[in-house]
Each structure stands twice: as structure tokens, then as C-alpha cells.
Design a protein around this ligand. Structure first.
Ligand code: ADP
Ligand code: MG
Length: 327
């Protein structure tokens, strides 16, 4: 199976302004040495707490940021976006869906205007009848029917769920092969999240899309994704089939994430205890970045960063507890 979009050993640091109190050069290590692959027809989840670097991954994949080091490949070829024309071609293939679609719609224009514009940007000027047909088909595809009930509306006249469907329709207007969904349902009412996730799942199958699903909700990743990676402090610490990662977690941090998700059926005594906070990304902990919080930390954990240990059946973890497994 060839990769649709791939990150190979990608890191991204953001420089910080020098201060009198910190005259040296300082930077935020937002994403460090990330390898991540998206496949056509598959949903790949990246799970992590706020501030762990998830949106930076989406923005790197969308070419909104340049990697500090490492490489991004589309259909096996290294991506080089140096000018506007190359960027337009790239966003025809790779589309980003944000958590809050409201911010990305111009409030003075109707839905029809926004969708016509998206179609025209990616497919050139079309006869009015064909443009209308395409806009109608997009609205039907995201189940906003009948389309004419929505075309004349303004973004503020729609519910959050409807707005997110419009932003999905706008992304589809480009006929992309890859969709990057950065916490696409976390701002929506719980009651409508499932509908939007089911829509994305159907589009992945029908259009054979590669979908990156970014979330802080590990339970939704299990339900929704085929493969999942867990992110901590800018690094991927575990990955594999979503079922294995969420049901048989191998990294203590993944266990902690699962234990801190609300589960009324579980006694508090069974849970990993943790009062810790994610570390500073300006001077991340040495060795394994999770070691200051880890209940199983050993001496080497604070000095040596663990490699990926292969646990079989596609699952892997960066944790010295698995050092008897294959590197
Ligand atoms: P998440 O989406 O998981 O909440 P982000 O990728 O937004 O995490 O951020 C990861 C880290 O990088 C955070 O510490 C954040 O403050 C920092 N960061 C993100 N974007 C920038 C930026 N443009 N400049 C400086 N720091 C940034
Ligand atoms: Mg984010």
C-alpha cells in the first residue's frame, strides 16, 4: 500500500523572542522527529493533550509551516512548495479542516458564494449551470439537503454542525486526496459529533481519501480510526492499529490517557495516579520526555531517549519497558 502523505523524521521549532532575563537563544520544540504516514481509504488518528504539537503536525502537513528538519512526501515524492503556484497545486491535493469553521468563513458572504469560490479556485471558471450543479452536489454529499435551503444562508445562520459540514464541503470542492481534520468535532455539541464523524468516515470510503483525524479524545479514535498514534510533548510515543493502542496500550502515557478518560465502570484504585503536568517544550526533559511523570521510570529513562520498540502486529512504543522487544 503506497503512502498518500508521509512525514519522515520531521521536527519543527519556533524561535522565541530574546528577553533580558533570558538573553540566550530560546525556541519551542513543538514537534520532534515525527514519522507519520497516511494511506488512501484509511483514517489515521493522532491523539494528544492540548499543547502536545497536534496542530503543528496538521500545519506542517498542510504546508502552512516549513519543517525545521525532515521531509514531507506526497505520493512518495518529496514536497517542494516554494511559490504560490506550487502551493495552490498542493492544496488541491491536501485540504485542512479546522476545529472552528466559523473563523474561516467570511461572514458577509453566503454559503453559495463560499462554495462557488472554492470550486472556481480549484477547477477554473465554469459555466454558471455547471457551477451550480457542483455546489448542489457538494451540499448533498455532506447531507445538507435540499441544497437550496442552505445556499442563500450566511455562516451565522447555521448551527455549528452545519457549519462544519459546509467547511467539509468546501474542502471537497478541491477534489483532494488527503483531508487533515484538526479536532473537527471538539467544538460541537456532543449530540451531533457522531453525525459529523460518520460523514467523514463515509467520505473516506466513497472518495478513497486519506484522513488524518486529530483528537484529544482517545475513545473517539478507537471508534473511528484504523491506526492511531499517541503524542506527548511534541513526540509520537506509541502507535499501531487503533484497537490495539486503545485496548492494549503499551506506553505508560497512553495508559494514563485512557485512565483519565471518564469511565464510570472503573474503580479509582485501578487507575494510574498522576498529578503531573506536560513539560516545558522550551527545555524538554532529557531522555524520555515522559519520565518525570512516569510511575515506572528507571534510571536510564532520564538520560537515554528510547527508540521505537516493535511489539508485533504493527504496534510500537518508545519506552524502555519494552527494551526486550525488537528495535
Ligand atoms: P496542540 O494542537 O496539540 O494543542 P500545538 O501544535 O498548537 O499543540 O502547539 C504545540 C506547542 O507549540 C505549544 O507549546 C505551542 O505553544 C507552541 N506553538 C505552536 N505554534 C506556535 C507558534 N506559531 N509560535 C510559537 N510557538 C508555537
Ligand atoms: Mg491544536
Amino acid at each position: 500500500m503506497t503512502a498518500a502523505l508521509e512525514m519522515v523524521d520531521v521536527s519543527k521549532t519556533f524561535p522565541l523572542a530574546r528577553r533580558l532575563t533570558h538573553p540566550g537563544r530560546r525556541e519551542v520544540h513543538a514537534v520532534s522527529h515525527v514519522d507519520l504516514t497516511l494511506h488512501r481509504g484509511k483514517i489515521t488518528a493522532v491523539i494528544g493533550e492540548s499543547g502536545s504539537g497536534k496542530s503543528t503536525i496538521a500545519r506542517l502537513m498542510a504546508q502552512l509551516y516549513k519543517p525545521t528538519s525532515g521531509q514531507i512526501k506526497l505520493d512518495g515524492k518529496p514536497v517542494e512548495v516554494r511559490n504560490g503556484r506550487q502551493l495552490r497545486k498542493y492544496v488541491g491535493d491536501v485540504q485542512l479542516i479546522l476545529q472552528d469553521p466559523f473563523g474561516s468563513f467570511n461572514p458577509v458572504h453566503t454559503i453559495e458564494y463560499a462554495l462557488r469560490r472554492a470550486v472556481t479556485i480549484h477547477h477554473g471558471k465554469l459555466p454558471a449551470s455547471e457551477l451550480d450543479a457542483r455546489v448542489g452536489a457538494l451540499l448533498e454529499e455532506v447531507r445538507l439537503t435540499p441544497p437550496r435551503q442552505f445556499t442563500a444562508k450566511y455562516p451565522h445562520e447555521l448551527s455549528g454542525g452545519q457549519r462544519q459540514r459546509i467547511s467539509i464541503a468546501r474542502a471537497l470542492a478541491a477534489s483532494p486526496t488527503v483531508l487533515l481534520a484538526d479536532e473537527p468535532v471538539s467544538m460541537l455539541d456532543v449530540s451531533i459529533r457522531l453525525g459529523v464523524l460518520n460523514l467523514l468516515e463515509r467520505l473516506v470510503t466513497e472518495r478513497d481519501l486519506a484522513l488524518l483525524y486529530i483528537t484529544h479524545d482517545i475513545a473517539s479514535a478507537r471508534y473511528f480510526a484504523s491506526t492511531a498514534s499517541v503524542m506527548y510533548a511534541g513526540e509520537l510515543v506509541e502507535g499501531g492499529p487503533a484497537e490495539a493502542v486503545t485496548q492494549k496500550p503499551a506506553h505508560p502515557y497512553t495508559k494514563l490517557l485512557i485512565d483519565s478518560a471518564p469511565d464510570p465502570g472503573k474503580a479509582p484504585a485501578d487507575r494510574i495516579k498522576d498529578n503531573g503536568q506536560p513539560p516545558s517544550l522550551i527545555s524538554p526533559p532529557t531522555g524520555c520526555r515522559f519520565h518525570p511523570r512516569c510511575p515506572f521510570a528507571m534510571p536510564r529513562c532520564s538520560t537515554e531517549a528510547p527508540p521505537r520498540f516493535d511489539l508485533g502486529a504493527g504496534q510500537w512504543a518508545r519506552c524502555w519497558l519494552h527494551s526486550s522487544s525488537k528495535e
